[in-house]
Structure formats: C-alpha cells, structure tokens
Write a protein that binds this ligand. Structure first.
Ligand code: DMJ
Length: 621
C-alpha cells in the first residue's frame, strides 16, 4: 500500500489558518467599502453620511501610515537572511525606529524578485532527483523492517529487544511497548504485514496485560503506549475501521487506570508511578516527580477526551499546566523537579535536557493542538512558552570557542549560580519546537509572505537553525558520525583539552568536548526530529543531507546482522562496542522522522498535525 493512499493526508482534517493572517488596516477599510451593501446605501447618502465617510477616510489615512510589527520584522528578516545575520534582531532596533518614521509602504511587502532571490527560497525538489529521495526513503523503510524482524523473532511481546543476547526485556512495565510504539510508523511506511502482525498481538494480548500488569511510569506509558494507540487508531481509521477500534478501547482502559496518578495526588501534580492492576498510584522513591514528565501528558489525554467525548481525561491533565501557570519561575524557566505533595518545585536545577525538555515542547504543542482555544482559554500556554524562550535566549544560549557554535547550557544552581556549558542530546528537540512555534507549521516562506512572524518568532526561527547545526555537528565531530548522550562546549575561561570526539577532520573538534561517561548513544531521535521539522518549514535541502549522513552512521555502526539495532557504549571509538538494547523510540521516532524527512510535505502536514513527544501524530483539533 502506498502511503499516499492512507487516510491521513491533508484532506481529512479541516484547517483554516486565517487566524494568523494579517490584514492591513488599509485592506480592512477598502474591503469594507467594496461590499455591495455599502455601495447600495451610499447611493442614498445624506450630508450626515457624507461627513461620516470623510471621517472614515481620514481615519483610514492615519491608520495606513503605521505598519504592523510583523510586517516590519518580515522585511528585516529578509534582509537578515540574505546578509547572513544572526538572530539578534534587537540590536537593530535603532534602524527600526527610523524606519517607522518613513512614509508608509503599502502591501505587498515583498516583490516577487525579493522572494525569488532570498536565500531561503530553495526548492528541494529541484535539487533532488525524485528517485534519489525515494531510494533514501526505501532504505529507511528497510532499516525499520530489519529492526522489526529482530524484535519479532527474539522479543515479540516484550517491551524491548536485546539484539545481541537475542531475547526480550520488559523495561517499561510489560505492555509490549515496541509493538505499540512502532505501529503508526509501519502504517505510515505502508508496511501492511507488520501492521497486521502488531494489530493481532494487540487484539489478543493488550487488554489482558493492561488489566493484569503492575508498575508503570505514568509519563513513559502515556507518551509511548497511550500515544501510540491513539495515533494508530487515527491512522488506521477509514480502511480498517473495525480493527482500529481495538486501539481506542485499549487506550481508554489504559487511561482509566493512569488517571489514578492524578486523582490520588493531593495536588494537581500527578504521582509518577501507577499500578495498573490496582488502579492506584504513588510517588517515586524520592517523593518527587520530574517537571517534564508531569507536563508531557496533555496532548494524549486531550485527544482521548476528544475521541471519546468524555472531558475527564483532558481536564485532569490540563490542571497540571494550569497549576504551572501559578508557580514562580526564572524568566519562564523552571527547575527539573516538582513535588506532588506540595505542588512546588524542588531544587533550582534548570535545564532543557533530561527531566526539563518536553515541558517547553508541550507548552507550545498543547496550544497548537486546540485551534479554537488558542486566543482564549489556552492563551496562557503561548505566553508561558514565549516567556520561557526569552529566558532561554537570555540565560542559556552561548557560543563555543573557537568556532562559535550556538548551544544551550544549564543552570544547575539556578540563575544566581554558575553557567554549565553542558548540553544533553535530548536538548536537540528544541530547534524543531522553536521552528514550529514560530510558523505554527506553515513554511517559513508562506509565513513571511503573509506577514505572520513577529520579531520574537523570527529570532526563534534563526536560533532554531543555529541550534540544528550544532546538533548535527555533535554527530559529525565523532569517529562514528553518531552523537554522544551529552556534550560540553569550550567557552572562554572554561576549556577542556584531550576530550574530542575523534573525528580530527571536523572543523569543530576543539569546540565540542565529550567526557568519558557521556559517550554512549541510545539511538535517540531528537536531532532527526528537528531536521525533519526544519526541512518542512525552511525547505532548505541541507537538512535532508544531514539526516542522510546520520542515517548512514546508524546503519554502519548500530545494525546487528541477526536483526535489530543496538545502542552503543562509545561513539568516539571504532570498532564500536554495542550495548545490547534497542529502544522503542528507534522505531517509533528515529526511523519515522527519517522516513518523513525524505518524503512529500503533504504527508502529515505540520499545520494539521501535532506530533506528541514520542512522534505519534494527532490531528489538530
Ligand atoms: C522519547 O521517549 C521522547 O522523545 C521523550 O520526550 C524523550 N526521550 C525519548 C527519546 O530520546
């Protein structure tokens, strides 16, 4: 089955981006005057009406001599991109002030030549042979088949495959997590046999597992299993209506049990651990929940509420974000632990890596998910996201030496403590999120043509591109071409020598430091996720090239002949030592994003779908 025939292309979701469209005051008034009713009435105007008309004309003139900030920003952005300027738009504010006093320039803001000549106007299809793209997509599909066949042969029904030991392991509570995390990827790739194997397993086993199994982590189970079931239900609908009902039923049963994490907590912050069979929940041994975990449940619970017409799931999950709104923050940034007993943050450690990451991702994605509430009930999420991104730019963004890679560091002791130039690979979700937050899934070209981008969004988009480069260089600086779990960056007054990634020909060999304990690679998706989103939004073919290099490195160094792929112990050494684990997200996320990167833009378009943090797409409501 070709993926184009699946029922999840743009046509089955009605989306109207008129909300973002800027109409100049001039246009508003001229359009108002061109309506039939006014023309008709004016035929019979008296003196009063004539005076009224004069007044409106005067007002119109006053309005058109002002320009919207987004129009100004768009014009300036075009200049920035063509001159290769950075994202520090604010430095040019003096110029803007002068520009504002100049006579008005009426739409269109960009001449066709402007648009044609600007550096972002690259048509990837002109640069690529279609057959080359299809061949790349097929190779990613083959990789997925190889991963699945290892899992199926040695670990079917277990959470994860140990490809070297050729057995399965239940590291996620025993719900067959690889099967469910993989389902929608197999659907997107049009792999019918795998879809049917996985569906049969779900039909026969999942309900019983959910009813009987013990401990699961609320977050992991929500993003991988609940999320996987919901998107499989959505994508499987239409052609397989009856069969896909099994996904929705299982999702509901699971969510009913997961709800105990919310309802048994004394505050809106849920407990992190759930005992499915007992429908009970409790805190982690240290009594704390991770900030990212409790704030990365809402897309899934909201979508289930929508599908079932039962608001309970969404309401419970949204209480968490409403509670976060009331908590004190550091320029929008939050510590990585929170207590479900007090509802307050614990400690001061601020980072966008582990335990912090997807808090920022869901602020904007939950806002994007519910189109009708963006300007009212959910506006606070956009405000929190904007404030947080300003905080990131002010407190966490730095440049390395000597080659000036832009990276995101950490504040382990809060804003008054010292800055740490440490960046987890997990932070590489941020370029994609920043780009999505800026254009709301439209292409950069379209967003600029429609004058939709504010100064802040232009800065964020530019930062996204800089960070994506850094994430890619974290791969290319190592001997294997694969990124370590954690990198440090050389900065003025804080350099470490002799800890490079092993690729001496990399331009950035002195900028990126890889400490011995951080050299493993878990087949993580964040960089290819951002490359996919940035490619969709900027249409710049370099993101496909980078993604292809990363894919080839996975193929070369992590593939296990007998089936499956394995995480690595040290990305700086060849031959590699394999760790004997294939994470579910390699099939659920990494290979899915790579496949989509080489595919057509109208498959799961970003202005109609929002991907949960585990790459499961849900339609924008
Ligand atoms: C995934 O489970 C999700 O992407 C999560 O948000 C972060 N960690 C892994 C992948 O690295």
């Amino acid at each position: 089955m070709s993926s184009r025939t699946l029922p999840y292309s743009s046509k089955d979701v009605d989306y109207d981006n008129a909300k973002f469209r800027y109409r100049s005051p001039f246009k508003v008034v001229t359009q108002a005057f061109s309506t039939n009713s006014i023309r008709h009435d004016c035929g019979r105007c008296g003196v009063g009406k004539f005076l009224m008309l004069l007044m409106i004309s005067g007002l119109t003139y006053l309005m058109v001599i002002h320009k919207s900030p987004s129009q100004l920003a768009s014009r300036r952005f075009l200049e920035n991109t063509t001159t290769g300027d950075g994202y520090h738009v604010k430095e040019r504010i003096g110029k803007i002030g002068r520009f504002l006093q100049k006579p008005p320039r009426l739409p269109p803001q960009f001449s066709p030549d402007d648009i044609k000549n600007s550096s972002w106007n690259l048509n990837p299809n002109k640069l690529y042979d279609k057959s080359e793209l299809m061949s790349r997509q097929n190779q990613v599909k083959e990789a997925f088949i190889h991963a699945w066949s290892g899992y199926r042969r040695y670990a079917m029904g277990y959470d994860e495959l140990m490809p070297l030991s050729q057995k399965g392991v239940d590291g996620l509570g025993g719900l067959g997590a690889t099967i469910i995390d993989s389902l929608d990827t197999a659907m997107i790739m049009g792999l019918n046999e795998i879809v049917s194997e996985a569906t049969t397993w779900v039909e026969k086993n999942l309900m019983e597992r959910i009813n009987r199994k013990g401990h699961v982590n609320l977050f992991e189970t929500t993003i991988r299993v609940l999320g996987g079931l919901l998107s499989a239900y959505h994508l499987g609908r239409g052609e397989h209506e009856v069969k896909s009902k099994v996904f929705l039923d299982a999702a509901k049963n699971l969510a009913d049990r997961l709800l105990s994490a919310f309802t048994s907590s004394p505050t809106p912050i849920p407990f992190s651990d759930v005992v499915l069979s007992e429908r009970s929940a409790h805190a982690a041994p240290d009594g704390l929940s991770s900030t990212s975990e409790v704030s990365t449940l809402q897309l899934e619970f909201n979508y289930l509420s929508k599908l079932y017409g039962d608001p309970r799931y969404g309401l419970e999950a949204m209480k968490v974000l409403e509670h976060f709104k009331t908590l004190p923050k550091v320029e929008g940034l939050v510590p990585i632990y929170i207590s479900p007993y007090s509802g307050q943050f614990s400690g001061e450690n601020i980072r966008l890596g582990s335990r912090g990451d997807s808090y920022y991702e869901y602020l904007i994605k939950v806002w994007i998910q519910q189109k009708d509430s963006r300007n009212n009930q959910l506006k606070y999420l956009h405000d929190m996201y904007e404030e947080a991104m300003k905080g990131v730019k002010h407190l966490l963004v730095r440049k390395s030496t000597p080659k000036e890679l832009v990276f995101i560091g950490e504040l382990p002791y809060g804003s008054k403590g010292s800055f740490s130039p440490k960046m987890d690979h997990l932070v590489c979700f941020l370029p994609g999120t920043l780009a999505l937050g800026a254009t709301k899934g439209l292409t950069k070209r379209k967003a600029i043509e429609l004058n939709l981008l504010t100064d802040e969004e232009l800065e964020n988009l530019s930062l996204a591109e800089d960070l994506a480069k850094t994430c890619f260089e974290m791969y290319s600086v190592t001997s294997t071409g694969l990124a370590p779990e954690i990198a440090y960056f050389n900065i003025e007054g804080n350099s470490e020598h002799g800890l490079d990634g092993g690729n001496k020909s990399s331009e950035y060999v002195n900028d990126i430091i890889i400490r011995p304990n951080d050299r493993h690679n878990l087949l993580r998706p964040e960089t290819v996720e951002s490359l996919f989103v940035l490619h969709r939004i900027t249409q710049d073919p370099k993101y496909r090239e980078w993604g292809w290099k990363i894919f080839q490195a996975f193929e070369k160094h992590t593939k296990v002949d007998s089936g499956g792929y394995s995480s690595l112990s040290d990305v700086t050494r060849i031959p590699t030592h394999k760790r004997d684990k294939m994470e579910t997200f390699f099939l659920g996320e990494t290979l899915k994003y790579l496949y989509l990167l080489f595919g057509d833009d109208d498959i799961l378009p970003l202005d109609k779908y929002v991907f949960n943090t585990e790459a499961h797409p849900f339609p924008i409501i």
